[in-house]
Ligand binder design. Structure first.
Ligand SMILES: Nc1ncnc2c1ncn2[C@@H]1O[C@H](COP(=O)(O)OP(=O)(O)OP(=O)(O)O)[C@@H](O)[C@H]1O
Ligand SMILES: [Mg+2]
Length: 280
């Protein structure tokens, strides 16, 4: 082979090498570009989801605050316009409507404040030594009239031997209020609810069982996320804000406990939460 041919082969090989390096460089750049596009898409999907959640929340909030405000306006308008012609009982009914509507609104506002405290890590509990059974019985008694109106029976099955221990009574009441109100709301007429307490190892365990429609496995953990609600509102006229279980989870976890959902046998759901008997 002549020196000329060898030089040509070397030049060709060098050219091929340069071309190869160029393509590798371009394909690396291209894959970077593709990754960036994927990342941008993901971020914008996330932003869209946050925006959608914000819009849903605002729509829900407006809806939830509008009805009690309308009731309050209607009742106060009537009293201002027709005060002389209203009987004492009628005025009392109107005042009660204003009172229950304003407490409903206050509950929503308090829930939103609790969520923002939980999210910013500023949520605090104040523990005192107390008897949890007493709180369970008092809270279940509070829901008896609401349950009676749907012919739902509430049975208490508390472990009398539970020792006193330290917990935040107001916050534990808040957890029970949500679990009991959910059980009454989402259980059909003639159903039943059971409230149970027992000691499992070092944990005091509380169960709220109902004979409602139950919750499918894929939704069990999702219900502890903000604003998640099932389409099971056929047993209730009230909608709620979908914040109750998130707050309940925050309260139980602030005590060092856990909360979860199980199936109730033969029908319905069982909400279980635990609180440590001793301080860590
Ligand atoms: N015992 C239950 N049986 C069936 N579904 C339930 C039960 N408890 C909760 N759920 C479902 O979980 C959703 C979330 O419950 P959560 O208590 O967080 O919100 P809410 O009751 O809708 O509103 P809020 O408690 O904020 O007033 C409910 O809307 C309902 O769809
Ligand atoms: Mg609720």
């Amino acid at each position: 082979m002549s020196a000329y041919a060898v030089t040509l082969i070397i030049i060709e090989s060098l050219l091929l090498l340069v071309l190869l390096i160029f393509f590798i460089y371009k394909s690396v750049k291209l894959s970077h570009l593709i990754n960036e596009v994927i990342l941008l898409r993901r971020n914008s999907e996330k932003q869209n989801q946050v925006q959608r959640e914000r819009d849903d929340f605002l729509a829900m909030l407006v809806h939830e605050l509008r009805s009690p405000l309308s009731v309050m306006k209607g009742a106060s308008d009537l009293m201002l316009k027709d005060a002389q012609n209203l009987s004492k009982e009628q005025i009392e009914t109107l005042l009660n409507q204003i009172k229950s509507s304003s407490s409903g609104m206050l509950n929503i506002v308090n829930d939103i404040l609790d969520i923002s405290k939980l999210e910013s890590g500023k949520f605090e509990i104040v523990k005192v030594k107390g008897n949890i059974n007493q709180i369970l019985i008092e809270e279940s008694a509070y829901y008896v009239p609401m349950a009676n109106s749907k012919q739902i029976k509430i049975n208490n099955n508390v472990d009398e031997k539970l020792p006193e221990f330290e917990f935040d009574p107001d916050r534990v009441r808040q957890v029970l209020k949500n679990l009991l109100s959910n059980a009454v709301k989402f259980t059909a007429e003639n159903g039943s609810i059971e409230l149970r307490s027992e000691l499992r190892g070092d944990m005091v365990t509380v169960c709220v069982c109902d004979t409602g429609d139950g919750i499918t496995d894929d939704m069990k953990h999702k219900l502890f996320h903000k604003f998640v609600q099932l389409n099971n509102h056929n047993h209730t006229k009230e909608r709620g804000t979908g914040l109750g279980l998130v707050i309940a989870k925050g309260i139980v976890e602030a005590h060092g406990g856990n909360i979860w959902i199980e199936d109730n046998n033969p029908k319905g759901s069982k909400f279980v939460f635990t609180l440590p008997l001793r301080q860590a």
